[in-house]
Design a protein around this ligand. Sequence first.
Ligand SMILES: Nc1ncnc2c1ncn2[C@@H]1O[C@H](COP(=O)(O)OP(=O)(O)O)[C@@H](O)[C@H]1O
Ligand SMILES: [Mg+2]
Length: 369
Amino acid sequence: MNPFRHGCAVDGEYFCPRPELERQLRSFAESGQNVVVHGERRMGKTSLIMHAIGGMRKIRMIYIDLYCIQTLSDFCRRAMNGIAEAGENMSFIKKAMAFIHRLRPTLSFDVNTGAPQISVDTRAAGAPDSLNAVMGMIRRLAEDERICVVFDEFQDILDIDRSDVILAEMRSTIQFQPDTPYFFSGSVRNDMMRIFDDSRSPFFKSAATFTVGPIKLAEFERFIAGRFRKGNRKVNADTIRKLIGYADSVTGDVQELCEAIWDTTESGAEVTVADIPRALDCVFAREGEAFGESIRQLTPLQVSVLRAFSELDTSSIFSEAFMQRVGTTSTGALRTAINRLVARRIIYQFGGKYRFANPFFKAWLITRM
Ligand SMILES: Nc1ncnc2c1ncn2[C@@H]1O[C@H](COP(=O)(O)OP(=O)(O)O)[C@@H](O)[C@H]1O
Ligand SMILES: [Mg+2]
């Protein structure tokens, strides 16, 4: 079995402990503090929250994933998924369902896993008052026991029609629950700022800000060495550091690279940097098609900008050399192309430079395009 795991939230032996962050998150939950959790994609926000808060004995976590929601009824369905997962005993689920009878919830059990599932009436869930029904249900549940509500990928709420009204309604119920901690986690910083730095957001202002960045180098090195050992591979600290650097220190990408390295080496082997190219072939075999699809959707100028970004320093993009490399004389056109690439979440700004959201996409551009 591959000792590395990537692509979904991890826990147990696949989770590298992050004691300081875990402690801080737990203490926020204990004191009823609302928190905005920032962090780039695949840094480990979901895993950390699930591990730290999901593992608390005295507080029940209701985890609501808003990834790619488009409508209010999506919101209600995701909330009920969260309820179904939060209730290890049926009495909690039954109580929640009674609180939300307006949406005509029905209970069923997954045929394979036996896990409870709650569905709601689509038309009722799409009606404007359904948000209040969900938020009211949560409020009433929190009157009986300690609950921490987690909205993951919260920025995607902006994709629902009239999201300003929805946010205002959420705000108004949440601000009257000073003892219930609400966590808002998001991976698109600009959208999160749009939501939380709005001057009309009294309770959002009072939320603490928490950032999930790369795992501390020493801790991550120790963890990775341990996983390789478990998988019958030898590897020295220097090589591990290079692997981490190769994946821009992005937690999930480091795991993906390590997973591919393990896959492409023999039992008992000593892993070295010379193993990276074969591991990348393996990653490209899985993801190359998606990379190609992204490229097809870009204009020639945007592709040219990406190529330049993959090879040159991006701190002085309007320099003569950079413009020449891109092949344009128009700073306006260059600016527009960059903005499009940011909007498509292919690159993002980081400390005055631009970074690829996916370091393997960058490696693919360099070696395959
Ligand atoms: N604490 C951790 N230890 C080991 N790997 C982790 C950890 N946190 C995240 N990862 C890796 O990163 C990937 C993405 O994690 P996830 O929690 O989904 O990130 P995010 O929510 O920030 O996008 C996981 O599939 C896993 O490979
Ligand atoms: Mg996540």
